[in-house]
Design a protein around this ligand. Structure first.
Ligand code: KIV
Length: 269
């Protein structure tokens, strides 16, 4: 198995631009708790995202809309403590990027101060450029998120591909001009991702956006096969954790019921 080449220091925001410049793919995966944070960091990814997808894959909600600032801070603090090498990014939950620059700065400052993460991510269109600029002016590194914006799922009519090349390009460009250090492109056609990546000037990190982005991000539970909902077509599962865990729990239950657990090795005294 290939061992990750781990630099001694933590990945910093400028390192992503350097990787883009060098043509080396950027990797980001979500984590929501201490074990997944530790595992992601040990695997050598560049960024660990404490996504508001926590509302779906951990809390079983049908969208990310219910995620609250308190929940993001709770999960963000745990993950930031677990991760020592990767850049930790925490999502700004709905609707805090839509309530003006002051609310966004107050909310993101709480995220940075109370979690110990290094950056925030926020979903938005060109309409949120002033908010990104305000955060950057306050010294808060911002990763933008355009294309399919899951917090706008009801407005967009579902979790579907965003085919408007002009809109995706305009949103990504506005985010870059406002000072975002990277942009997530979610569920956009390969050609849109290619054009944005070639023209936007900051690293693009794709999910369901094809291979031409500067990097890729996946939701941890999709990647390891621990998702209960229908998994999107763009996911590749590298494990079947759901089967592995269910099998382990089932075998333990059977051992208890047959009185073969606990055995002598698990009996103290
Ligand atoms: O919340 C999340 O997990 C995300 C990824 C899908 C990029 O925003």
């Amino acid at each position: 198995m290939t061992q990750p080449t781990a630099p001694a220091r933590r990945i910093a925001v400028p390192d992503l631009a350097a990787k883009r410049q060098a043509g080396r793919p950027i990797t980001m995966v979500t984590a929501y708790d201490w074990p997944t944070g530790r595992l992601a960091d040990a695997a050598g990814v560049d960024c660990v995202l404490v996504g508001d997808s926590v509302a779906m894959v951990v809390a079983g909600r049908t969208s990310t809309i219910p995620a609250t600032l308190e929940q993001m801070i709770y999960h963000g603090e745990i993950v930031a403590r677990a991760v020592s090498r990767a850049l930790v990014v925490v999502d700004l939950p709905f609707p805090l990027q839509h309530l003006g620059v002051r609310t966004a700065v107050e909310s993101c400052a709480r995220i940075l101060k109370e979690t110990g993460c290094q950056a925030v991510k926020l979903e938005g269109t060109a309409g949120q450029a002033d908010v990104i600029a305000g955060l950057v002016a306050a010294g808060i590194p911002v990763m933008a998120h355009v294309g399919l914006r899951p917090q706008a799922v009801h407005q967009l009519g579902g979790y579907r591909m965003q085919r408007d090349l002009d809109a995706v390009t305009a949103d990504a460009r506005a985010a870059a001009e406002a000072g975002a250090f990277a942009v997530v492109l979610e569920c956009v056609p390969r050609e849109a991702a290619r054009v944005v990546t070639a023209t936007v000037g900051i690293p693009t990190i794709g999910i369901g956006a094809g291979p031409d982005c500067d990097g890729q991000v996946l939701v941890m539970h999709d990647l390891v096969g621990l998702s209960f909902d229908r998994v999107p077509k763009f996911v590749r599962a590298y494990a079947d954790a759901k089967t592995t865990l269910a099998d382990a729990i089932g075998r333990w239950r059977a051992d208890v019921e047959s009185r073969s657990f606990p055995g002598p090795a698990e009996t103290l005294g």
